[in-house]
Design a protein around this ligand. Structure first.
Ligand code: GAR
Length: 196
């Protein structure tokens, strides 16, 4: 790509493992001219997931990365090298994890210092890791929410950039609460990326 083609344009890669509702919200914001950035690449560790269909709908190049056989959500060295190669090739400035259920580590973290974001469905530091919505509900919390944060070597431990609160109502199920948290996530993630 010619340098002049991308003057001043922030290029973003979205990494996801699932439905892709956050990716859709970010792409929608881009298409409405509210993002001030280009989603240039979508990567998933799982074939056939919704986020890849979302990429297709919006005409964004999408790739599946084989995560390797490492346990506990840790990506193999080969997978990390592959991700790094692809984001460099696409001249990515910022990586946004959106439901990417894998743990990132070096050399990717040090190649993008302070430039990898994640969204998590709780008010961190409460309920990091898996099943955050169910755990907040089971604990009898009156509110939960979402957090957009920088990714570091820990699990959901990086610097918090934005949080939105979501009340927990009597009769809420994991599904109903997850739906309201998703709405908050979509707003928070678009705001953070637009302000980047
Ligand atoms: C989102 O709720 C996100 O916060 C969560 O996965 C969901 C992905 O939804 N991520 C984590 O739990 C990471 N710890 P989406 O695929 O519809 O955007």
């Amino acid at each position: 790509m010619e340098e002049s083609d991308r003057a001043g344009e922030k290029r973003i890669a979205i990494l996801g493992s699932g439905k892709g509702s956050n990716a859709r919200a970010i792409l929608e914001a881009e298409h409405c001219g509210k993002l001030g950035a280009r989603i240039a690449l979508i990567l998933s560790d799982r074939p056939g997931v919704g986020i890849l269909e979302v990429a297709g709908e919006y005409g964004v190049p999408a790739r599946v990365v084989n995560p390797g056989t490492s346990r506990g959500g840790v990506l193999s060295d080969e997978a990390l090298a592959e991700i790094l190669r692809m984001v460099r090739e696409a001249e990515i400035d910022l990586i946004a994890c959106a439901g990417f259920m894998r743990i990132l580590r070096d050399p990717l973290l040090s190649a993008f210092p302070g430039r990898i974001l994640n969204v998590h469905p709780s008010l961190l530091p409460k309920y990091p890791g898996l099943k955050a919505v169910a755990r907040a509900l089971e604990a009898g919390e009156k509110e939960t929410g979402c957090t957009v944060h920088l990714v570091d070597a820990g699990v959901d431990t990086g610097r918090i950039l934005s949080q939105k609160r979501v009340p927990i109502r009597g009769g809420d199920t994991v599904e109903s609460l997850t739906a309201r948290i998703h709405e908050a996530e979509h707003q928070a993630y678009v705001e953070v990326i637009a302000g980047w």
